[in-house]
Design a protein around this ligand. Structure first.
Ligand code: C2E
Ligand code: MG
Ligand code: MG
Ligand code: MG
Length: 283
């Protein structure tokens, strides 16, 4: 009987694994189709300077407009894009499209090229491509975009895989005026040693710290430490996931004045973002 139970458990485990694997394959082929059918789109989430209430930039966030399920967010598919390698093609599209959006905001006169930038998320696999630097420069050139209008968000995961190659690529882009932000800061290794070596301009405080900072003194302390680190390395610091006024006040009390979060705006389609800037600059 115990043997039967064991056998049943193994069988159940196998079935579950098989189902998970086939769901993954199914998702992968849907994503391939989505790419062909242009079902991906980009939303923009404003980044704000709390001192002036000015919008200083926006993060570009991938969305999949699924014909049946509606808008799907990257949490549901980004891992599959990465593991299947599809992220390279999708990521290149994201960069081109982000440059196109930035150029049209510029043409519409709602942003200024030296006080506004779009932040684009870069995946590890995409960054590791040997032609990554060329792809970025081509996308900028295609729409004659001032290079400083694009900031690339990388994660600690990218850095630890191959520090020398990472630094070499970042330097090449930096020399061309493209800048970098370290995303989800505080969740990985967050080592001062590599941070000092990387040409990064901005640290993004991960939203998990912001979410719990009001209730958990440890998270508030981590925020304090990140702001101090940013200051000593002369980096900018921006907080993610700010939903409440009290969170913003805590951040500002610790010297972090730049933020993005639902408190100001959710990620929105580029057309709505343009509208938001128009009404915002009038108020
Ligand atoms: P991320 O780069 O850390 O992006 C911030 C995430 O926080 C976004 O989720 C955004 O919608 C969400 N967020 C912003 N403000 C708030 C808030 O106040 N409260 C809460 N609860 N969430 C907030 P999203 O758009 O679902 O993206 C999730 C992740 O997917 C991103 O995290 C990024 O790692 C990845 N991702 C998104 N777009 C791209 C892309 O184009 N390429 C790559 N490689 N990754 C992407
Ligand atoms: Mg990001
Ligand atoms: Mg982040
Ligand atoms: Mg994240």
């Amino acid at each position: 009987r115990a043997k039967d139970a064991g056998r049943n458990a193994i069988q159940l485990f196998r079935t579950t694994m098989q189902q998970a694997a086939s769901a993954r394959l199914q998702l992968e082929s849907e994503l391939r189709l989505a790419l062909q059918r242009n079902e991906f789109e980009l939303y923009l989430q404003p980044q704000v300077d709390a001192r002036s209430a000015r919008v200083i930039g926006a993060e570009v966030l991938l969305r999949w407009h699924h014909p049946v399920d509606g808008v799907r967010s990257p949490a549901q598919f980004i891992d599959v894009l990465e593991e299947s390698g599809l992220i390279v093609e999708v990521g290149n599209w994201v960069i081109r499209e982000a440059c196109r959006i930035a150029a049209s905001l510029l043409v519409d006169g709602v942003v200024d090229s030296d006080s506004f930038s779009l932040c684009v998320n870069i995946s590890p696999r995409q960054f590791r491509q040997s032609d990554f630097v060329e792809r970025v420069l081509e996308a900028l050139k295609a729409v004659s975009l001032p290079h400083a209008m694009i900031k690339l968000e990388i994660t600690e995961g990218i850095v630890i895989q191959n520090l020398d190659d990472t630094i070499a690529k970042m330097r090449r882009l930096c020399r061309q005026g493209v800048s970098f932000a370290m995303d989800d800061f505080g969740t990985g290794y967050s080592s001062l040693t590599y941070l000092k070596r990387l040409p990064v301009d901005v640290l993004k405080i991960d939203q998990s710290f912001v979410r719990d900072a009001l209730d958990d003194p440890n998270d508030a302390e981590i925020i304090r430490a990140i702001v101090a680190m940013a200051r000593s390395l002369r980096l900018e610091v921006i907080a993610e996931g700010v939903e409440q006024q009290a969170q913003l006040e805590l951040l500002q009390a610790q010297g972090c004045h730049l933020y993005q979060g639902y408190l100001f705006s959710r990620p929105i389609p580029p057309a709505d973002f343009g509208e938001l800037l128009k009404t915002h600059s009038l108020s």
